[in-house]
Write a protein that binds this ligand. Sequence first.
Ligand SMILES: Cc1cc2nc3c(=O)[nH]c(=O)nc-3n(C[C@H](O)[C@H](O)[C@H](O)COP(=O)(O)OP(=O)(O)OC[C@H]3O[C@@H](n4cnc5c(N)ncnc54)[C@H](O)[C@@H]3O)c2cc1C
Length: 407
Amino acid sequence: MSEALRDTDAVVVVGAGLAGWRLSEALRRRGFTGRLTLIGAEPDHPYDRPPLSKQVLAGTLDESELSLERGDESTTMTWRLGTAAVGLNVAARQVTLANGEVVEGSRIVVATGVRARRLAVSAGDRMHYVRTLPDVRGLLADLARARPVAPVVVIGGGFIGAEVATSLTHRGHRVVVLEALERPLLSVLGPTVSQWLVDLPSQAGVELRTSCSVRDVASEGDEFVVELADGTTLRASAVVAGVGAEPNTEWLAGAGVTLDNGVVVDGDFAAAPGVAAIGDVARFPWHGPTGIEATRIEHWQVANDHAAELARLWTGEAGVRPPLIPYFWSDQYGAKVQVLGHPQPTDAVRLVTGEPGAARWLALYSRNAVVSGVVALRSPRALTLSRSLLAAPTALDDAVAQAPWSR
Ligand SMILES: Cc1cc2nc3c(=O)[nH]c(=O)nc-3n(C[C@H](O)[C@H](O)[C@H](O)COP(=O)(O)OP(=O)(O)OC[C@H]3O[C@@H](n4cnc5c(N)ncnc54)[C@H](O)[C@@H]3O)c2cc1C
């Protein structure tokens, strides 16, 4: 358990995204008046990412609406934006920046999140990814120049790919989604539920091609040629890839924190004495209903909850910690898909409302007959009512008998 911060402490937060900002804001709101420095690789002040692939790309929300700063806390912090951290000295609690500056604190927080996984293709930098505001600005600028004859090709039918396809269709582009597996989300939601979702793209006017591996993407003048593993090619006016993410941990190599698919932390987010990690970059022991899992979860709500919890710990608030119930949503093809818990694709699935493939439904995932997750299509109220099933271990049969989703 970490000691409570004193006002002589200095907190250095590396990563000015959701988790880093929410922690800093919460520390101020909880009365911490010591020095607080936020270091961010991006030039922008903290902004919200989920709307990037949704409303901002669709053109229904202006980027000026994305700021996470609500009160005047930001004026009480020292900002180092547009310069990445390149090294950490755990013993001295010093962070070295790309511009050579060394920032010292008594506590360091790693909140550097993840970056989009890049495809090694000939088109190189002309490929698009959607992770940051500059990514979206660049994609929109290219699309404004693109010839409308060829479709936009989205590589990857997962959550980001589906949202990008939906938003670009809303903007009037013809979109083709290329998915390497038999069905989108097969490796995330498993065979049963991915089958129930498979018709969503065509219902929204998006062409989905499955079992389609991309061998290369080459640029040819203003256009692109996408070459598939079976030798066929496809012309595109722009190519966007949503093929996963990688934790931003390279700057911590040799620093003395454990790196293993993220920064490994204990139950109090400690990676080393005086060093914590939160948000997408943190691999933490999640106390789930089916046991303790060392996991890294790339969800907006989890980053928020980590920040709130660490602020509570560091400002000395005692008391029972609320259970962390991972929550994720995705707005794709005109539907809201929501996930509670951390279901695995190999978990058993029981449909409890709606029909397979229907417009709305809710399903329970279970492992060893204990509820491990809840997944819903267009059923936000039923999903919220099902939270109790994940607050403590719940036997599948008891969950079905209780049916909290129908209250
Ligand atoms: C397009 C998009 C759509 C999404 N949609 C959803 C959704 O619908 N639902 C959902 O639950 N989640 C969604 N997410 C995920 C959600 O946004 C993340 O879980 C959340 O942003 C994680 O917060 P974070 O602070 O850990 O990381 P981030 O918000 O990524 O912040 C990390 C920050 O650290 C900075 N950084 C990285 N390396 C360094 C360095 N060396 N030095 C200094 N700074 C550094 C980065 O530039 C970044 O600003 C989406 C994400 C994206 C990109």
